[in-house]
Design a protein around this ligand. Structure first.
Ligand code: SF4
Ligand code: SF4
Length: 181
């Protein structure tokens, strides 16, 4: 849909004053930040973020934001199973509809089970296109799709990073102990 001219809100740049135009204060601020990180990253200093990965892995993801308990790390997806071990997804198409990156592709089919009408015959997520916004997880009415805390998923080809249903279910099997539903 084309955007109408009257819907566009122009936001003019504020002109810099003479001091700002020299970029000196911002440059000194940047150098200060660099030096602070340089001196504190040798030990377990307050700002140290350095890990000797992959020998040292970060197992505890950040759960604090602005002093609040806010577990917000979003890693690779998983497709959850129900109590009978079947894929929980009912192919409602909410997640591919809401996904801003358009990286979820589902082929819905008539369900072989009596307790639902449809199931995903094919379910794929392109993990390289995903922006890990978490909207698919929010939209799912049956808690079938979730983002886990797994972050070190790699592949040598683009195709390997398109996770199909079996792979997404295997992520569930591997992570259910770490992140219960
Ligand atoms: S996390 Fe966001 S971008 Fe990634 S699949 Fe879900 S809705 Fe799409
Ligand atoms: S929102 Fe949930 S139930 Fe609907 S298609 Fe996506 S994963 Fe399946």
């Amino acid at each position: 849909m084309a955007i109408r001219d009257e819907d566009v809100l122009p936001i003019p740049n504020r002109p810099m004053n003479r001091l700002e135009g020299t970029y000196l204060s911002e440059s000194f601020k940047g150098i200060g930040t660099t030096l602070r990180h340089f001196f504190t990253s040798f030990g377990q200093g307050r700002t140290s973020r350095t890990f000797q990965y992959p020998e040292v892995r970060r197992e505890q993801m950040p759960v604090e934001r602005g002093g609040l308990h806010a577990p917000n790390f979003r890693g690779v997806h998983r497709l959850n199973r129900d109590e009978a071990g079947r894929v929980k997804c009912v192919a409602c198409m909410m997640c591919p509809t809401i996904c801003p990156a358009k990286c979820i592709h589902i082929d819905a089919a008539e369900s072989p089970w009596d307790d639902r009408e449809k199931y995903p015959k094919k379910f794929e997520i392109d993990e390289l296109r995903c922006i890990f916004c978490g909207m698919c997880e929010e939209a799912c009415p049956v808690d079938a799709i979730e983002l886990t805390t797994e972050y070190d998923v790699v592949g040598l080809t683009r195709q390997e990073m398109i996770f199909d249903k079996e792979k997404l279910l295997s992520v569930f099997d591997a992570t259910i102990g770490k992140k219960p539903m």
